[in-house]
Write a protein that binds this ligand. Structure first.
Ligand code: MN
Length: 249
């Protein structure tokens, strides 16, 4: 992305957690996508677009197909749409990306905006204090695990994910709050490793702008909001970045 004058902005969202049982927010997201047309150069979705994703063969579901179509309309109108995996939708694959006109990016990804090296990540890898989750993540991100899981019937996969989610909700309620947040030293190590002075992530559902000092360089960390009750996004352009809230309806 160049820093030329008159450049259109980039928009970042995360943790939309789309599911048919929360149609109000799904509708809010669809309206958000419609309003983007012509105004942005790039849309970055930083993970957990869906409440969960059981595999690209679930594109046959009308709700999922509708979301893919709405994303496709954004890229058809000339904006680039980029997608990172979240911890809930890491099984989004090439067929979804094709249907939705998105480019799947690795986590993390570095982009330059107005000369600022910016690190994009879902954010779950920064929660390094949650050892149980990190071990689980290593397992399920292995290609062999993925292949075996995706070979099972769709209905069986969905049932297993639902069961896993119920267990995870119980476990989460028992974990201390700070374990569920990013670990500042992990944030600073990531900024240092990738030579970035800005990081944008979601996952923690604690929207904020934080300042970090990494080896004497002042860095900023934007945490994107979730879309459970209301939504929001970050818009970055020539003047820097600003958080924008969205109320449904
Ligand atoms: Mn997440």
């Amino acid at each position: 992305m160049s820093g030329s004058p008159g450049e259109l902005s980039a928009v970042f969202v995360s943790d939309v957690h789309l599911c048919p049982s929360r149609m109000e927010m799904a509708q809010g997201f669809l309206e958000f996508l419609e309003n983007l047309s012509g105004e942005v150069q790039s849309l970055y979705i930083l993970g957990d677009l869906f409440e969960y994703w059981a595999g690209d063969d679930d594109l046959g579901d009308p709700f999922n197909a509708r979301i893919a179509g709405a994303l496709r309309a954004v890229s058809d109108q000339g904006a680039a749409v980029y997608l990172l995996h979240g911890n809930r939708d890491f099984l989004l694959g090439p067929n979804f990306a094709r249907a939705a006109g998105c480019v799947l990016l690795p986590d993390p990804t570095v982009i330059r905006m107005q000369g600022v090296a910016t690190l994009l990540t879902h954010g779950d890898t920064l929660c390094t204090e949650d050892a149980d989750y990190q071990a689980f993540r290593v397992t399920v991100r292995q290609p062999a695990w993925r292949q075996t899981f995706l070979a099972r019937p769709l209905a069986e996969r969905k049932a297993e994910i639902e069961a896993l989610r119920r267990r995870s909700e119980t476990e989460k309620s028992r974990k201390p709050q700070q374990i569920m947040d990013v670990y500042p030293a992990a944030v600073e190590a990531a900024l240092r490793q990738h030579g970035c002075t800005r990081i944008i992530h979601g996952h923690t559902h604690r929207p904020a702008r934080h300042a970090h000092n990494v080896d004497g360089r002042s860095c900023e960390r934007w945490v994107l909001p979730d879309w459970y009750r209301s939504g929001g996004f970050l818009r970055c352009g020539q003047g820097g970045c600003e958080a924008v809230g969205i109320k449904p309806g």
